[in-house]
Design a protein around this ligand. Structure first.
Ligand code: PLP
Length: 230
């Protein structure tokens, strides 16, 4: 099996090629190494190889890992489904929460962030495929949600995230990535205050090159870096 460092290098090359194909600066794309179920030794190896952002899906699992990996240079992102009763821990531990999908959760994050005098950066998760099994605000309601939570003082919207439907062929995912990009443009064009649309979190192991071509700034990659999850 190849080392994490070799896999990381290969992924970086593919990202750079995809960025250049679409006239983008490769440096505008960052890799979020998805570490659910990945042991801390492998995470440390990835950090050693230069990976700087790690994405976790579960609060409990991530707290245990963070305690074992006190590496100041690395940044942790929360990418899983967040329940309101866990918002407190998310605010304490994560530099970016990718999965805000309704006002109730946003209010709770804001409340918890205010308690520790912090402004929590978040992304709005959009259910571009309209699948009932996936969380995310429906695309047609995203603008309204961003507008309502833009007034919260301890929460800062930085962009959008999506988990599109699964297809074997990455080309089939392209319309969903494009839809997220279009939504970002639409929200940007309103000139809404107190929000930014700098980030589009989209693309995983099977489709990150297409996502980069369509404007991703954060690609969330697990399997291609760490191997199949057990
Ligand atoms: C697991 C997961 C990923 C990574 O998936 P891979 O196909 O292993 O790259 C990305 N995003 C989210 C939200 C995930 O839960």
């Amino acid at each position: 099996m190849e080392s994490v460092a070799q896999q990381l290098e290969r992924i970086r090359e593919k990202i750079a090629e995809a960025a250049l194909r679409s006239g983008r600066n490769p440096e505008s794309v960052q890799i979020v190494g998805v570490t659910k179920t990945v042991p801390v030794e492998r995470i440390a190896e990835a950090a050693q190889a230069g990976l700087r952002i790690f994405g976790e899906n579960y609060i409990q699992e991530s707290r245990e890992k963070m305690a074992l990996l006190p590496i100041p240079e690395i940044s942790w992102h929360f990418i899983g489904r967040l329940q309101s009763n866990k918002a407190k821990h998310a605010v304490l531990c994560f530099d970016l929460i990718h999965s805000v999908h309704n006002e109730k959760l946003a209010l709770e994050i804001n409340r918890q962030a205010r308690k520790i005098n912090r402004v929590q950066p978040v992304l709005i998760q959009v259910n571009t495929g309209g699948e009932s099994a996936k969380t995310g605000v429906p695309p047609e309601e995203a603008m309204d949600l961003v507008n309502r939570i833009s007034r919260l003082q301890n929460l800062s919207v930085r962009g959008l995230m999506t988990m599109p439907p699964f297809f074997d062929a990455p080309e089939k995912v392209r319309p969903f990535f494009r839809a997220l990009y279009d939504l970002k443009q639409k929200i940007t064009d309103t000139g809404m205050e107190n929000i930014s649309m700098e980030h589009l979190s989209m693309g995983m192991t099977g489709d990150f090159e297409v996502a980069v071509e369509e404007g991703a700034t954060l690609v969330r990659i697990g399997t291609a870096l760490f191997g199949k999850r057990t």
